[in-house]
Design a protein around this ligand. Sequence first.
Ligand code: PGA
Length: 246
Amino acid sequence: MKKLIAGNWKMNGSLQSNTALVQALLSNAAQWKCDVALCVPAPYLSQLQSLSKASPLLFGAQDVSMHEAGAYTGEVSAAMLKDFDCRYAIVGHSERRQFHAENDALVAAKAQKALAFGITPIVCVGETLQEREAGLTEEVVKRQLAAVIHVNGHCISEIVLAYEPVWAIGTGKTATPEQAQHVHAVLRGQLRAASAHADRVHIVYGGSMNAANAAQLLAQPDIDGGLVGGASLKAADFLSIIAAAH
Ligand code: PGA
């Protein structure tokens, strides 16, 4: 399957710097052999919509509301994202689980809402360092994915799954290719048990992926791409990761 390299800008960017970054990426688009997406702060969706027009660049949001519409101050609905041609929405990023008290049930409901509006949720799962050291990695990621499977049933083959060990995010500590592949294989097995189309699901790795480690991670049989934070903010770094994905 074609790999997917998705950038997660987090709360970074400005109208001016976004244009420069996207134009630098697009100047290389003829070389891309994988799908490339940028998940940007909501105010910049319209900008991405126009910058990416007539190009292979896909884009998405970093969150979506579990509600459809109404009195939910500050929330952004799936229908609004769809209005801007959003292809993806990250759901359940560890920073939202940690700082915004998102739990497995809420993440599953957000994934369901995205799917209902034709947006592909990039569902993030991953263990903390404490959980890894306690030998709980598999238990934690399986619990997080089970909640999403439970609510989304057969549609589960329409998601993108991101394995993001919390201890590797923004720390410069990457999971080894073997550590990541092991968890990806566990997740693949869980998806296979839930859907006959599990092998279509992109399971991408996130957590300090960079130009130096991307090729080895992406060479693993169950690593179908990357969710890239810090390294997606510099065109040269992000393009090296894209070049490693073929
Ligand atoms: P990082 O972030 O690449 O900066 O570690 C990845 C993510 O949080 O999606």
